[in-house]
Design a binder for this molecule. Structure first.
Ligand SMILES: Nc1ncnc2c1ncn2[C@@H]1O[C@H](COP(=O)(O)OP(=O)(O)OP(=O)(O)O)[C@@H](O)[C@H]1O
Ligand SMILES: Nc1nc2c(c(=O)[nH]1)N[C@H]1C(S)=C(S)[C@@H](COP(=O)(O)O)O[C@H]1N2
Length: 196
């Protein structure tokens, strides 16, 4: 039986937050999660500038006050002086989860050679998993869902496949996905029967 999850969506962009261009990060995150999750969820969305203290405060608030068990950030992972999302994320995390960043860079190399410029990290804070995604709005689907061939068959599994079981392991809610979008992997003993 699935359970409700509160998900923090954080778009980190100087220009989108000051209105120079329209934010596409939050809409892209909501759109993908709307297709991928088959269990109930609600979003806590924040659009903020590339400022380390603001990023840290926002992440802490989403975990400790709003009660999010998953947070996805987008933006600020590159090498430019204002890109500080990984530093802020590591700064408030209890435990680093290096596999997410490593796998995202591998997936993203299927799309752009500059994927190696992206410094994304993931951490656990309390009962929340926090994952950095790149800033390009199209990279949100690419990293979460993975790589498909022209027939639509999965060639490189997206990182979201490992997210539901990670949330189980840290004591968060049991969430389920639409397997046509992303098949969540859990070991047999951890799979609960689906409700009719
Ligand atoms: N929230 C957003 N909405 C739309 N496009 C974005 C957004 N964030 C980033 N992008 C696009 O992705 C590119 C790379 O993202 P990155 O996080 O490095 O942004 P940036 O170049 O530091 O600029 P800014 O922080 O002002 O968005 C940006 O240059 C922009 O073209
Ligand atoms: N999947 C995917 N990853 C991607 C990209 C992309 O288009 N798709 N853009 C890259 C580019 S151009 C940069 S500079 C780095 C930096 O991350 P940022 O966009 O958060 O600054 O992410 C990279 N990762």
């Amino acid at each position: 039986m699935s359970e409700h999850i509160r998900i923090g969506l954080v778009s980190i962009s100087d220009r989108a937050s000051e209105g120079t261009y329209e934010d596409q990060g939050i809409p892209a995150l909501k759109d993908w999660l709307g297709k991928a999750l088959s269990s109930p969820w609600t979003a806590e969305a924040r659009l903020i500038p590339d400022d380390r203290a603001t990023i840290e405060r926002t992440l802490v608030d989403l975990v400790d006050v709003a009660g999010c068990n998953l947070i996805l950030t987008t933006g600020g992972t590159g090498p430019a002086p204002r890109d500080v999302t990984p530093e802020a994320t590591l700064g408030i995390g209890d435990k680093e989860m290096p596999g997410f960043g490593e796998e995202m860079r591998r997936i993203s190399l299927n799309f752009v050679p500059t994927a190696i410029l992206s410094r994304q990290v993931a951490v656990i804070r309390g009962k929340s998993l926090i994952i950095n995604l790149p800033g390009q709005p199209k990279s949100i689907r690419e990293t979460l869902e993975g790589v498909r061939d022209v027939e639509g068959a999965v060639r490189h599994v997206g990182i979201f496949a490992a997210v539901p079981y990670c949330i189980d392991l840290i004591g968060g809610p049991y969430i389920e996905t639409d397997e046509a979008v992303i098949k969540a992997f859990r070991p047999k003993h951890a799979i609960r029967p689906r409700q009719a």
